[in-house]
Design a protein around this ligand. Structure first.
Ligand code: SF4
Length: 226
């Protein structure tokens, strides 16, 4: 029987991307395959972290009133690290499922794609995250989503370091899959840390190459909710 460590479960307002403003039930998993230098998410396990089986997590969710909840948000960390667990767990779930992911684990996605409705695919720019170039993995990931006709968008966390080459690669991915790009300025301790003048400038650099681009900051941080 597979298990997964869950850092926290809570209801809140989705603060990012194309479903911004909807109430979701968030399940935050504890592992990630990236180590982004901009990461300010507290996802690692601590003394209060619980380990669940698929059944015990489904049982735990029964204590929430589903009527006001738009969808379940799988987040982390990287929820696809728990793909074998999710394959069992999602069979018991009736609410629509929203996956927040770094979009770099296409094989794991294949395992559960049929049980997901919405995908928030975070594109990792080496100049911003300090990671390796993983555009090939992103491309494969988005192809799977497109083939399965998922409701998805590309989230691109950015700061003033984003390069023209990275913008070209993002635009190529978006065009290939006919999806929206949501630019998200990097925050730290709840505050946007990208100097103000770069916000319209980076948006304009994307917009010159692709029409379907919006800039949306992390609204939950502005609202001071989780
Ligand atoms: S992928 Fe997300 S959770 Fe993982 S280290 Fe990067 S920002 Fe943090």
């Amino acid at each position: 029987m597979t298990t997964a460590q869950v850092k926290e479960i809570f209801t809140s307002i989705q603060g990012e991307g194309h479903l911004v403003g909807y109430t979701q039930l968030f399940i935050r998993f504890c592992r990630c395959d990236f180590n982004c230098k901009i990461c300010d998410i507290d996802y690692k396990p601590d003394a209060t972290t619980d380990t669940y089986t698929a059944n015990s997590l489904a049982e735990r969710l029964k204590s929430y009133d589903n009527h006001n909840i738009h969808s379940i948000c799988l987040t982390g960390g990287e929820p696809l690290m728990e793909a074998p667990f999710l394959k069992e767990f999602l069979r018991n779930i009736t609410l629509p499922v929203y996956l927040e992911t770094n979009a770099a684990m296409p094989e794991a996605l294949e395992e559960i794609i049929n049980m997901i409705k919405y995908v928030s695919a975070s594109i990792k720019l080496p100049s911003v995250c300090g990671c390796e170039d993983c555009f090939d993995k992103h491309a494969e990931f988005l192809r799977i989503c497109k083939r399965a006709r998922k409701n998805m968008y590309m989230k691109v966390p950015f700061n003033e370091n984003v390069t023209d080459e990275e913008i070209d690669k993002c635009v190529e991915l978006a065009k290939e899959n006919d999806i929206e790009i949501v630019l998200q300025p990097v925050t730290h301790n709840g505050k946007i840390v990208v100097p103000n003048r770069y916000l319209p400038e980076v948006l304009e650099r994307f917009r010159k190459k692709y029409w379907h681009v919006r800039l949306i900051p992390q609204v939950h941080k502005i609202l001071s909710v989780r």
